[in-house]
Design a binder for this molecule. Structure first.
Ligand code: XMP
Length: 504
């Protein structure tokens, strides 16, 4: 039994599925034009027609297959989905000439879809066409200033259309609207994260049984959870962990311990010398990032050839990554990202991406179910290029050692004070600036270390964390005490924008 979401190409389709999962309803996303039998095979309890980029007038627009809308099912059409419903049941859709994008407010709303809502209901719109004539028996149940037909329902109260997107965060009461729909549709609400694990395991087993699977692990939550998933699924896998020498204190051992004890077949590659040699004397942040990305691919390719052949490359790609890379053309390239989870297609493997419809917090849930230790599962993001982009200017062994120890003092103190989970990300940056100080009677000429801690939701924007002064004081004293090469500690008060989270 499932809510079947027919996908007409909206970038939000899987967000609808995610919202239903949050509401503990099982849902599956199928291509919009999927044959009737495939819809029936899911034992549908309700149908959702997603939004999509097409207009109902486009000859090439995706349409539900014959018979799908004739099933006696509760239906919710969203955006394009609503327009399709209106047209299908005999109403009229027109190019409105008044495209509506972004925030809007419902000026009036009524009926069971909006049950329990009161006051201002803000919604997110993104459409050019409008329903101008309702199908017989249907009525308008919400309007905005711009749009007299923002939501509709049929006579029986079984079919609904909303012109806005209830699934996005910019429709703050969207969850209540979706929940009302589930309630009206009588959908069972017994989905739990265990089901997500079962689905991921089933996918991996179905695709990769009897095949060899390669993956790269970074020690981050996505690739570690993926490694555990492959181990749990019992598929023949090899996880390659490239130690590029730019990891934090004790990180390699921690990753090795966590993965090996969970039955992951882990191969660590010692590539510190190679990365450090290529990075020697390189000052420019972009050059550093590019070198690290290139070296990583080289090392990984060599190891794959040595251990291969493999049919599949497993990657911990998440849904936001899928969306971002689909929509990223034209986005300014601020930093060349090196991401262990995103190897280039030219490596020639078939991809296995069982998390491609999941969000970060859902992968964390899977990690929990798979026994991933919290030290990795709840860890702050750490960039692929590692400490190299937190040492401003050229990277060398000595600076890495200084930064590693300073970072460890800062992060350990955050944990000891129960502040680690309060901030989104915390890091230490070793600047090339040196300043004069005094210890006892001696002159001191040490590096300036910057501490940075930010609050954020997704890393796209960030604010500096208001850490308690006493805490900062403790860390600022401890660091130069234990690391004499550091003479001064500063705290970074820059938000993003205008800064970025990392300094390079
Ligand atoms: P910025 O510095 O752009 O970083 O504000 C946003 C988030 O992304 C992380 N970051 C990276 N992650 N590869 C990664 O996997 C990279 O090359 C990279 N650069 C930055 C950064 O730590 C922050 O969480």
């Amino acid at each position: 039994m499932a809510v079947v979401i027919l996908d007409f190409g909206s970038q939000y389709t899987h967000l609808i599925a995610r919202r239903f999962r949050e509401l503990r309803a099982y849902s599956v996303v199928l291509p919009g034009h999927v044959p009737l039998e495939e819809v029936l095979a899911q034992k549908p309890e309700a149908l959702v027609l997603s939004g999509g980029p097409s207009s109902v007038f486009d000859p090439g627009a995706i349409r539900p297959a014959e018979g799908v809308l004739e099933l006696d099912l509760p239906v919710l059409g969203i955006c394009y989905g609503m327009q399709y419903l209106a047209q299908h049941y005999g109403g009229r859709v027109e190019r409105s000439g008044r495209a509506e994008y972004g925030k809007a407010v419902l000026t009036a709303y009524e009926g069971p879809l909006f049950a329990g809502l009161a006051g201002e209901v803000q919604v997110w719109m993104s459409h050019a066409d409008a329903v101008t004539e309702l199908p017989p028996g249907w009525r308008v149940v919400a309007r905005t200033e711009e749009n007299p037909v923002a939501a509709i329902q049929d006579e029986a109260g079984r079919r609904f259309g909303v012109q806005f997107h209830p699934e996005v965060a910019h429709t703050p009461k969207g969850m209540e609207i979706l929940e009302n729909f589930l309630h009206l549709a009588g959908v069972r609400r017994d989905w739990t994260p265990d089901h997500a694990l079962d689905v991921a395991l089933a996918e991996v087993r179905a695709k990769a049984a009897g095949e060899r699977v390669l993956l790269a692990v970074s020690g981050g939550v996505d690739s570690s959870t993926l490694a555990l998933l492959l181990a749990r699924a019992g598929v023949d896998h090899t996880a390659v962990f490239v130690d590029h020498g730019l990891l934090r204190l004790g990180e390699r051992e921690e990753v090795e311990r966590a993965l090996a004890s969970a039955g992951v077949n882990l191969v660590t590659v010692d590539a510190q010398g190679r990365f450090l040699a290529t990075l020697a004397g390189i000052d420019d942040p972009e050059a550093k990032r590019k070198i690290i990305g290139r070296e990583f691919i080289e090392v990984f390719k060599q190891k794959a050839a040595e251990l291969g052949p493999f049919r599949f490359l497993a990657q911990g790609t998440l849904y936001p990554d899928v969306i971002e890379s689909a929509g990223s053309t034209g986005a300014a390239n601020i930093k060349s990202h090196h991401n262990v989870g995103g190897l280039p297609a030219e490596l020639g493997f078939e991809l296995l991406e069982p998390f491609r419809f999941l969000f970060k917090d859902e992968v964390r849930e899977l990690g929990l179910l798979l026994g991933l230790p919290d030290t990795i599962r709840l860890r702050h993001p750490f960039p692929g290029p590692g400490l190299a982009i937190r040492i401003l200017g050229p990277v060398d062994e000595e600076k890495l050692d200084i930064l590693r120890r300073a970072d460890d003092i800062f992060i350990s103190a955050l944990k000891d004070h129960g502040l680690y989970d309060e901030v989104w990300q915390a890091l230490a940056v070793l600047t090339p600036v040196r300043s004069v100080g005094v210890t006892g009677d001696e002159r001191r000429y040490g590096y300036v270390l910057a501490l940075r801690a930010v609050t954020s939701v997704d890393g796209m924007t960030a604010d500096w964390a208001r850490l308690p002064h006493d805490f900062l004081d403790e860390v600022a004293r401890r660091i130069p005490q234990r690391i004499p090469k550091i003479g001064r500690v500063v705290y970074d008060l820059t938000s993003k924008p205008p800064g970025t989270i990392e300094w390079e």
